[in-house]
Design a binder for this molecule. Sequence first.
Ligand SMILES: *[C@@H]1O[C@H](CO)[C@@H](O)[C@H](O)[C@H]1NC(C)=O
Ligand SMILES: *[C@@H]1O[C@H](CO)[C@@H](O)[C@H](O)[C@H]1NC(C)=O
Length: 192
Amino acid sequence: MSIPHCFLALSFLLLFSCHLLNGLEDTEFGHAIDRKLLGLKRKEKLSHFKFYWHDIVGGRNPTSVAVVPPTLKLNTTTAFGLVNMIDNPLTLGPELSSKLVGKAQGFYASASQSEIDLLMAMNFAFSEGKYNGSTITILGRNCVFNKVREMPVIGGSGLFRFARGYAEARTHWFNLKSGDATVEYNVYVMHY
Ligand SMILES: *[C@@H]1O[C@H](CO)[C@@H](O)[C@H](O)[C@H]1NC(C)=O
Ligand SMILES: *[C@@H]1O[C@H](CO)[C@@H](O)[C@H](O)[C@H]1NC(C)=O
C-alpha cells in the first residue's frame, strides 16, 4: 500500500473505533447528559481581566517563599530547580495599596538550565464582586525577561467552569535588590 492509502486506511480505522467507543459510553459511572442540566444553554462568552500581580520575596511579610532551593549539582545561573510557593496579591492598579481583587496561589519553578524560565502553576482566586470565590487556573511557561509572556488558562471554577484562554504577563516593575516584582496580567478567557 502506498503511504497516502495507508494513511486513509488508518484514519478510517480510527474513526470506526471512535464510533465503537461512543456506542459504549453509557456505563455505571459515566454517561452523556443534556448541557442544559448544568445551565449551559447560553453561548460561551469572552471576558478580559486586567490586574497586577505582586511577587513579594523580601521584607517581613513575603507573599512568595522559596520552598525548594536550586539544585547545587549543576552550575547554572538560572536557579534551576528553585520552587517558590506564592500567595501573591492581585490588585486593580500597579500600586500594592490599590484595590485587592484576589490572590494568585500556587507555585513557580525554575525550569531551564540556560535561561531564566519559569513553570507557572497557579490559581487566580478572585475575591471581588460577582467573581468572589471563582478561580482561573494558569499552567504555563514564563520567560521572565521577555517583554510579553503568554500562558494558557487551563480551566477554572465557579463562574469560570469550562474556562479556556490565555494570559499575557508584562513586567511592570522589578527591584533587583529585593527581588520583588510587579507584573501586569491581561487574561482573556472563554467561559459560560
Ligand atoms: C560555574 O561556571 C563558571 C563559568 O563557566 C565558572 O567560572 C565557575 O567556576 C563555575 N562554578 C562552579 C561551582 O563550578
Ligand atoms: C467574598 O466571599 C467571602 C466568603 O463568602 C466573604 O466573606 C467576603 O466578604 C466576600 N468579599 C467580598 C468583597 O464580597
